[in-house]
Design a protein around this ligand. Structure first.
Ligand SMILES: Cc1cc2nc3c(=O)[nH]c(=O)nc-3n(C[C@H](O)[C@H](O)[C@H](O)COP(=O)(O)OP(=O)(O)OC[C@H]3O[C@@H](n4cnc5c(N)ncnc54)[C@H](O)[C@@H]3O)c2cc1C
Length: 483
């Protein structure tokens, strides 16, 4: 099998890149599970856009502010300046963002944005609506339930992928490969991500000597209903706080103001840490309280949260819902340039959450990630068309490492616990060193290839965290004797 372009991943980034590639090219989009099983599908709050040209400098400064000085200013500028264009393109193709009764687009605000500039669809079902729309628009074939287990590399050129599909390992050659495989959610015990998101491609890149960047920067969402039974925990969108929901303790006290004068509107890392600390210090349960919302408005604006919690026995907006922080978003990732190219490797691109473009710095501004996927997805597709490549000449053999062995399941769970206990919201040098030792021990004892890739990615997070000894953005280091 030979293609012009293989795209690993059918989320917002992969699909928007696919749409931008003409039908005259032979393109294949691969997804690990069902095509809709990805983080994009679960996105709730919306897509950020500069509200108008005058808002671009403000959107840039909000993004840079959230990123705590570690963003790449050129990447942020490019993303913000491109935002109105990609939104116009989506609307032009027929995508329906929510509008008021006069047909005006409805914008909402989320934490650390200085104005309303977030578009949404289906109330709190932006990701689902956008994803279905992009799937419909994609003119190229898709290969579902297929896991990429290796990249085919000839010197510094990527020549395709090895996949596991229908129980068989196969080689797929391609002049260009776009990695759009999302973040690292399944490495953590508590997370909001799709089960298809497990950092395997990050691990493959590490094996091939391809650089990852800012891997210590992992974002935790403050308001997650973690009591549910599935691996993926139900996220309660930031837009709830943006529109007035409170975070309270068992006595109804809005304790966030003890930590930050912005209270519920502080950036999510501050809110996550405050909830984590308050729970530890007081042993109080923490709740999200929406009781001051109008019932009809709540049901219309947040229909999915309303229904999901109703099925779990909560009557919103009246009932308070217990919450905890959980892993949410990988800021760090595979290093890319502003066209989505992986530096130093011909024919290899990385976009969306898998990439580290530098737009998020030390902390992602809410709802900037769907936008990042759109902007850089499009740019990678445009770059491919400007930059045709000659196919590789080498013939590759299938890998012979076993993909899974019997003991892997138990070790996978152990890894998740280590990452949650020692590499999550509050980190210590001791905890990180212990995590690295335990990861190495598991690796040395022998594991299947898929777990090895997870362990490599997890170790990259730990090692980056050990290197950055000061706290900044989402990376919080507690030093000995410090409270
Ligand atoms: C619950 C939730 C709510 C969110 N809300 C918002 C929001 O309101 N606004 C916002 O901007 N962002 C939000 N985010 C973040 C945002 O949804 C993601 O960052 C974004 O959708 C990532 O898109 P992506 O295309 O990079 O990856 P994904 O949409 O995660 O897609 C990854 C794809 O890669 C495939 N894949 C992975 N590994 C392999 C492999 N080895 N082989 C083959 N295929 C593979 C998967 O099957 C999947 O198709 C939210 C995230 C979550 C989890």
């Amino acid at each position: 099998m030979r293609y012009d372009v293989v795209i690993i991943g059918s989320g917002v980034a992969g699909l928007y890149a696919a749409i931008e590639l003409p039908k005259s090219l032979k393109v294949l989009v691969i997804s690990k599970s069902h095509p809709w099983e990805c983080n994009t599908y679960y996105a709730q709050g919306g897509v950020t856009t500069a509200y108008n040209d005058a808002d671009i400098p403000l959107h840039i400064s909000d993004t840079l502010g959230a990123g705590a000085g570690l963003c790449d200013p050129d990447a942020v500028k490019l993303m913000s300046e491109s935002s109105q264009g990609v939104i116009r393109d989506l609307i032009g193709r027929g995508f329906m963002f929510d509008r008021d009764s006069n047909g005006n687009l409805l914008y909402t605000q989320e934490a650390a944005h200085s104005r309303s500039r977030i578009l949404h669809a289906g109330g709190d079902a932006t990701g689902r609506h956008l994803h279905l729309f992009l799937l419909q628009q994609n003119p190229h074939p898709m290969l579902s339930n297929a896991t990429v287990v290796d990249l085919l590399m000839e010197n510094q050129k990527c020549c395709g992928v090895e996949v596991l599909s229908e129980g068989t390992r196969k080689l797929i050659y391609a002049d260009n490969v776009i990695i759009a495989s999302g973040g690292v959610g399944s490495l953590y015990e508590y997370h909001t991500n799709s089960h298809a998101i497990s950092a395997d491609i990050h691990g493959i890149c590490l094996e091939k000597g391809i650089a990852l960047e800012s891997m210590e920067m992992m974002q935790f969402h403050p308001t997650v209903f973690v009591s549910g039974s599935g691996a993926r925990k139900l996220l309660l969108t930031e837009a709830l706080r943006g529109e007035g929901a409170w975070i309270v303790d068992e006595n109804g006290v809005r304790f966030l103001f003890e930590y930050d004068e912005r209270g519920e509107m502080a950036p999510r890392d501050i809110v996550s840490r405050a909830i984590f600390d308050y729970k530890q210090r007081t042993s109080s349960q923490v709740y999200i309280a929406c009781e001051h919302f109008d019932k009809e408005y709540f049901q219309e604006r947040f229909p999915n949260i309303y229904k999901a919690l109703r099925d779990l026995g909560y009557n919103l907006p009246k009932d308070r819902v217990p919450i905890s922080p959980a892993f949410h978003y990988a800021i760090g990732g595979i290093k890319s340039d502003l066209d989505g190219k992986v530096p130093g490797v011909e024919g290899l691109y990385v976009i969306g959450e898998a990439a580290c473009t530098g737009v998020h710095g030390a902390n992602r501004l809410a709802s900037n990630s769907l936008l990042e996927g759109l902007v850089f997805g499009k740019r990678s597709a445009q770059m491919i068309q400007r930059h045709p490549l000659y196919p590789c000449t080498q013939k590759f053999a299938l890998g012979n490492e076993p993909l899974e062995i019997q003991e892997d399941k138990e070790k996978k769970d152990r890894l998740r616990r280590i990452m949650w206990d020692k590499v999550s919201i509050v980190r210590t040098a001791n905890g990180l060193n212990e995590a690295r030792d335990e990861i190495n021990e598991m690796m040395d004892a022998g594991v299947g290839r898929l777990l090895k890739l997870r362990l490599l990615s997890a170790r990259a997070i730990v090692e980056s965290a050990l290197k950055r000894t000061e706290s900044i953005g989402v990376h919080y280091m507690q030093h000995e004797g410090q409270k």
